[in-house]
Design a protein around this ligand. Structure first.
Ligand SMILES: *Cc1c(COP(=O)(O)O)cnc(C)c1O
Length: 445
């Protein structure tokens, strides 16, 4: 049994003002005057505190959080073990730079990553600050170790917003438009997208491999980089067999299989990592988001012979593996393990998927319900077609916000609603959130 974290703010959704309320609206005016217009304005309620699955804003409204800050506070907000670990570490020391004078928590995080990521081979890790930085470094390592340069990525992929990771990301707007020129030697191939391509995993993999071999050449490929379940792309779950076929191809052709588990990792899908579902063992795994419960930390974990091919000084960064973030990761991992939150992610999935599939029967605008464990999404379409329905998606998200529920959108066509509920969410909270979501979907005319 998993119970919700005890909460001094209560466990209920509760609105006490307009949404956004007067204090949030005032803060928003200040933001507009001083924060770059280039940042997305998601839901402008300004947060005062958060606990478990509840976010409290400056006007005293309590929102049910079904997004976890994009799978970052994946256990929940204010996890007691994490709060204690971080508070104690801040009082001890906040920074030395691991490359100047090291500390044990960094080493311990790398030990945990070696233990938790798939495969029993020898592994080493390097720690960074963000997902994009982890992906950049995974590609650096793969290129150096293979002495090749081409990187294979997929349609609908999202890997970050730095120059290399923009090149690796598929969607132009808003991520790439006019931000080029982009890094070279990045090649995009078709993804397996069962709802839209109707292909088996083997067929989709064969199509991707054919392009790799004809357009790039197998011996030029340093790495194949893939999200085992795509995040921003719309929680696209590839057909069974797709990932194993690609993994086998990389092994046979001397290329590095890099799994971007930044959104799907750390028990989100009901396993520690999404690739485990089909027994795929990546050569390198990139992690971030749920790794450290809200502290900025990312990891690159891979076969020791790849990771250690890099010359001394070739990897690093001022803050990577910061001691406060490192102890947050250790507390996160311990909590996930001790409370068996992978099993809870599966339970959350069973409840949510049953609910959403029955909703899909009742309405004409849900084309597909998909995901795994507590990585849950549905795709909105025009009734009777597969034409993306971004307008309905916006309406539903707004309805949820106005009723105190935070959800996220995704998808190349902006027509996917995704849920990444905190794993400590109670069954009552989950049912309440799904009720609001159902009402939102039914409200679309
Ligand atoms: C969020 C994300 C990234 C980028 O991580 P940042 O910490 O935002 O740089 C990369 N890959 C995936 C799959 C992500 O979800």
């Amino acid at each position: 049994m998993v119970s919700s974290i005890d909460s001094s703010v209560g466990t209920e959704r509760k609105l006490v003002s307009d949404v956004p309320g007067p204090k949030s609206r005032a803060l928003h005016q200040r933001r507009l005057a001083t924060v770059s217009a280039g940042l997305t304005i998601g839901f402008p309620i300004y947060v005062e505190r958060a606990e478990g699955a509840i976010v409290v804003d400056v006007d005293g409204n309590q929102f049910l959080d079904l997004g976890s800050g994009i799978a970052v506070t994946s256990i929940g907000h204010a996890v007691p073990a994490l709060v204690d670990a971080v508070s104690e570490q801040v009082a001890k020391f906040t920074h030395t730079c691991f490359m100047v004078t090291p500390y044990d928590s960094y080493v311990e995080v790398c030990e945990e990553l070696a233990e938790l990521t798939p495969g029993t081979h020898a592994k080493t890790s390097a720690l960074f600050n963000s997902g994009a930085e982890a992906i950049e470094n995974a590609v650096k390592i793969a290129r150096l170790a293979t002495k090749r340069s081409a990187v294979v990525v997929f349609e609908h992929a999202y890997h970050g917003r730095t120059n290399l990771t923009m090149a690796l990301t598929a969607k132009n707007m808003p991520y790439k438009d006019h931000f080029g020129p982009f890094a070279p030697e990045v090649y995009r191939v078709p993804m397996s997208y069962p709802y839209r391509d109707g292909r088996s995993g083997a067929e989709a993999a064969a199509a991707a491999i054919k392009i790799i071999e004809t357009d790039i050449g197998a011996t030029n490929v340093a790495a194949l980089l893939i999200e085992p379940i795509q995040g921003e792309g719309g929680f696209i779950v590839p057909a069974e067999g797709f990932l194993p076929a690609l993994s086998a191809w990389t092994t046979a052709n001397g290329a590095v299989f890099i799994a971007d588990e930044i959104q799907s990792g750390f028990c989100r899908t009901g396993d520690w990592f999404a690739v485990e579902h089909e027994g795929v063992v990546p050569d390198i795994v990139a992690t971030a988001k749920g790794l450290a419960g809200g502290m900025p930390l990312a990891g690159v974990t891979g076969r020791a012979e790849l990771m250690n091919a890099v010359h001394e000084g070739g990897l690093g960064g001022t803050y990577g593996g910061n001691p406060v973030a490192a102890v947050a990761a250790l507390a996160t991992i311990k909590t996930l393990r001790d409370r068996n939150l992978a099993a809870r992610a599966r339970e959350i999935g069973e409840i949510a998927f049953a609910n959403l599939r029955s909703l899909q029967h009742d309405v004409a605008i849900i084309g597909d319900v998909r995901g795994r464990g507590a990585m849950i999404a549905f795709e909105l379409v025009e009734p009777g077609t597969k034409t993306p329905n971004a307008a309905a998606t916006k309406e539903i998200v707004t309805f949820c916000q106005q009723n105190g529920v935070i959800t996220l959108t995704a998808g190349t066509y902006g027509n996917v609603i995704r849920l990444l509920p905190p794993l400590v969410i109670s069954n009552e909270q989950l049912a309440d959130g799904l009720d609001v979501l159902g009402a939102a979907v039914r409200s679309v005319r």
